[in-house]
Write a protein of this length. Structure first.
Length: 256
């Protein structure tokens, strides 16, 4: 079985694949100073919830936007997985040209998403990932990674508003009952939901215009389900897109 690990700034998403089928997946809080032993213990506990164990892992692949944790997962590979865990980074075959001024500065999660999206669409596409930041990544009709857009994420924006505006509370994201909020909390919720939905539509529209094609737009990430219902230009939503991209990259390097 293949273990796929997507380490984000806020959450870590883990999946177990049998061939090309996702058997199970879990999320847990990303702890930046976790050790390799602690990570292995967490993975083992997650697998145990479904009657699985680390010994059943034949191979693995990890994408991490936290450099210190990339090093710790490398140690997990050595100590617990017989060195079978691949780390997404320079030198790994992804099957996609990176048309950036400095290809090494692109986050591995963004490349993984782009690979999965192009495999699905087989044509021009845009990935909108609702994570700690909201990232927009463009892939050409030929399957080249063109670059993208990065904006502050929803949670960051809510926290900043509460910290910088003394009389405004921190609110949970919820579907607004109406556009014109009749309380401070309702007004903030309306602003967050409709504001980010408008941002997504505006940026996706401009990226499509720049690409010169009706690129398919795919949303992923933790907050996608809260915002996408209010967007007009998102074609699909897939919370498992990154895990699928990890599986594809693993196949292109060790499983093909």
């Amino acid at each position: 079985m293949l273990l796929a690990v997507d380490v984000g700034n806020t959450q870590t998403h883990v999946g177990m694949f049998r061939d090309d089928s996702l058997v199970e997946h879990w999320r847990f809080l990303t702890i930046r100073d976790a050790t390799a032993d602690e990570l292995a213990a967490t993975l083992s506990a997650m697998l145990g919830l479904r009657g699985m164990e680390l010994a059943q892992v034949d191979a693995g692949i990890c994408s991490s936007v936290v450099p210190s944790l990339a090093q710790e997962y490398a140690q997990v590979s050595v100590r617990y997985l017989d060195g079978s865990l691949l780390l997404v980074g320079p030198g790994l075959k992804i099957g996609m040209a990176i048309r950036m001024e400095n290809p090494h500065e692109v986050g591995p999660d963004r490349i993984v998403n782009a690979v999965a999206a192009y495999e699905r669409c087989q044509g021009p596409c845009i990935v909108v990932d609702f994570g700690t930041a909201i990232t927009y990544d463009a892939v050409s009709a030929e399957g080249d990674y063109l670059g993208g857009v990065i904006t502050p994420g929803i949670e960051i924006s809510i926290e900043a508003l509460a910290v910088r505006a003394a009389r405004l509370p921190r609110v949970d994201i919820a579907e607004p009952k109406e556009v014109i909020g009749r309380s401070t909390q309702a007004a903030i919720q309306s602003g967050v939901v409709y504001g980010f939905a408008g941002q997504v539509d505006a940026i996706v529209g401009r990226v499509r215009e720049a690409m010169g094609s009706e690129a398919t737009s795919i949303a992923t990430g933790g907050f996608a389900t809260s915002i996408v219902p209010f967007c007009d230009l998102i074609d699909e939503t897939d919370d498992l897109l990154t895990l699928e991209g990890l599986r594809l990259i693993w196949e292109r390097n060790a499983g093909g």
